[in-house]
Design a protein. Structure first.
Length: 267
């Protein structure tokens, strides 16, 4: 079918509307004057957003989520960059290694969460921040590998070889030549790792502990126990705005067109 055909465009618009409709409903419900979710909203108020800062359980969960996401991002960047550079320099068995390192994203998160919970219990590892960070790093690192590898495969090895010939040590070549050239992939991978960790629900629920639960997992538990209310809709709306802001920042720093072009060219 011709992409310029009106019917094709109508189908695309319908698909986008179907995907975005729940987000629109949540945002609209977050400004309703009622304390229960209603659409269309009954009036307009920002009261629920203002009250969020006074609910300590949400503030604590937000801080916990942010700390976990930042540490997870740093670990994923370090491991993912090393693996991406390893894959670039490895020819024999490269496909096997790539499949091994990217396998966590192929597993259902609920199965991965149950497996990690059982494994941590077997080795006597308590649930909480460290267990959550390790689990998030497992699922976030493959995205960093994919992002960095997309840029690394397009780098000219001659630039690094020239620096070595001129007397630079390998670590300095990595710091002054390789890392700057990998900047688009590093930023893209960091953004994806942060968002995936920050928004994760399934694995975070399995590894949560009293006083150590991420905000998305807390919202899911409260919605399951007491149902939806306008406060939950307000927090969800803020998370949507936060995600959009991060993506806009990534576009400003790297350029989404350049990043996805690099990813596509590496396939």
């Amino acid at each position: 079918m011709n992409i310029d055909h009106p019917a094709f465009r109508a189908v695309i618009v319908a698909i986008f509307a179907f995907i975005l409709a729940p987000i629109v409903v949540v945002i609209a419900a977050s400004v309703s004057t009622t304390n229960y979710v209603s659409f269309p909203p009954s009036g307009f108020t920002l009261r629920w957003f203002v009250e969020l800062v006074t609910i300590q359980i949400y503030v604590d969960a937000l801080q916990y989520s942010f700390v976990v996401a930042v540490i997870t991002t740093l670990i994923s960047l370090a491991v993912g960059t090393w693996v991406a550079l390893l894959l670039r320099s490895t020819q024999k068995g490269r496909a096997l290694l790539q499949t091994l390192f990217l396998s966590p994203i192929l597993l259902p998160e609920i199965a991965l969460g149950i497996g990690l919970l059982q494994y941590f219990s077997m080795i006597g590892f308590v649930r909480g921040m460290i267990a959550t960070i390790l689990a998030h790093s497992i699922i976030c690192t493959p995205y960093v590998i994919r992002s960095v590898a997309a840029v690394a495969t397009r780098l000219k090895v001659s630039l690094e070889e020239s620096a070595l010939v001129l007397g630079a040590r390998p670590l300095r070549v990595l710091r002054d030549v390789t890392i700057p050239l990998l900047k688009p992939g590093l930023i893209g991978g960091a953004v994806m790792a942060f968002l995936i960790s920050f928004d994760n629900v399934t694995i975070s629920m399995f590894l949560a502990a009293p006083g150590a639960i991420t905000l998305p997992a807390l919202l899911f538990n409260q919605a399951a126990e007491s149902g939806l209310n306008t406060s939950l809709a307000a927090i969800s709306a803020l998370l949507v705005f936060f995600t959009i802001a991060v993506i806009v920042l990534m576009s400003w720093l790297v350029g989404l067109d350049k990043f996805f072009a690099a990813t596509a060219s590496s396939k």
